[in-house]
Ligand binder design. Structure first.
Ligand code: DAH
Length: 355
């Protein structure tokens, strides 16, 4: 038997038992690798006589082609086998019931914060934030709130330490101090956030949300304050001619101070905002007291401005007809499904009055 015949019969004996790609790779190397049996034969060619070389080369090429074809065929066989195995093992059971997905809802408080923020951003306000745990100084003292003010009482405020230095902020107003101390005037910010008071009934919760506003610049007057809040309230409630009044009031951190009421009436047991002869208080405001500016390292001879604070939950209840504040914080999914908003809902004020 010639060398080539031998190689051929060894190959034939081996190829039949090949089952995997690794087996096949081994055979390839054994015959066609650097020192493979066929490769060796090619190396021999150069040392053969001219007349023998031609015949040998033609036989060798034939064998080479034949073995290569067999390897390719085997490769196809293995691939088909593997695909069939995969299909057998990975078949999808379409009789299984589909998974159910629950779509989340945006909480009315978050929705209203987004709406308010987008209205004030149109007026050039940016959003600032502060911590829920405040110092007594920022929450009261720097805001010109005297030692004997009732808001400082243990019954009204959650103190975190016996010596009263830290507390859960009772309003978002301390962020006025933080913002002014950490920057230079002018300031034009709104501050949404959680606030805390020892209070709980149908319209009061120990944790609730406020939104503070502060605008300090060189020539800010009460006229700006009125214009700003007038614009906001009309945009927010989407009512063009809203009845609104500024009622004189008192806050330690503003002078003069006012509370803003809007007109309303009850029609078919539903509240109608903007008309009627009843008044509803919705926010406090005023011109920032010079003592507050001094405490926040702003020169009151050069700068002045206004501030306001409103209850976000209250505004959400009014706008969306929700009558129990406590439901906001009970995390009842059925409630959220009813009163919540779809994530892709365009905030209602995008269709607002000014557009
Ligand atoms: N901080 C006040 C409160 O919680 C609300 C308030 C009133 C904020 C007047 C202000 C303001 O900025 O000027 O009742």
């Amino acid at each position: 038997m010639s060398d080539l015949d031998k190689i051929n019969s060894i190959f034939n004996a081996k190829i039949d038992s090949v089952k995997t790609k690794i087996d096949l790779q081994n055979i390839k190397t054994e015959f066609f690798g650097k020192n493979g049996q066929i490769t060796q034969q090619f190396k021999k060619l150069g040392s053969l006589d001219q007349n023998k070389r031609k015949e040998f080369a033609s036989n060798l090429n034939k064998i080479k082609d034949d073995l290569t074809t067999q390897i390719e065929q085997k490769n196809l066989e293995i691939e088909n086998f593997e695909i069939n195995e995969k299909l057998k093992n990975e078949k999808v059971d379409i009789t299984l019931p589909a998974r159910t997905y629950q779509k989340g809802k945006i909480h009315p408080v978050s929705q209203v914060i987004d709406e308010i923020t987008s209205i004030f951003s149109e007026l050039g306000f940016t959003v600032a934030e502060g911590p829920d745990v405040e110092t007594e100084y920022n929450n009261f003292t720097a805001l010109n709130t005297p030692e004997d003010h009732p808001a400082r009482d243990m019954h009204d405020t959650f103190y975190l330490e016996k010596n009263k230095k830290l507390l859960l902020r009772t309003h978002t107003s301390p962020v006025q101090i933080r913002a002014m101390l950490s920057g230079k005037p002018p300031f034009k910010i709104i501050v949404p956030g959680r606030t805390y008071r020892c209070d709980s009934d149908q319209t009061h919760a120990p944790m609730f949300h406020q939104l503070e506003g502060l605008h300090i610049d060189k020539k800010i007057t009460m006229g700006h304050l009125k214009g700003c809040l007038d614009y906001f309230i009309k945009e927010f409630f989407e009512v063009k001619n809203i009845k609104m009044r500024f009622r004189p009031s008192h806050f330690p951190f503003t002078e003069p101070s006012a509370e803003v009421d809007i007109g309303y009436k009850i029609e078919n047991e539903k509240i109608v905002i903007g008309e009627g002869d009843k008044w509803l208080e919705i926010l406090g405001c005023g011109m920032v007291h010079p003592n507050v500016l001094i405490n926040a390292k702003v020169n009151p001879k050069k700068y002045q401005g206004f501030a306001f604070g409103m209850g976000i939950d209250r505004l959400a209840m009014l706008k969306y007809g929700i009558n129990d504040l406590r439901a906001f914080f009970e995390t009842d999914f059925r409630w959220l499904n009813h009163f919540g908003f779809d994530p892709l809902d365009v905030p209602t004020n995008y269709r607002g009055l000014s557009k």
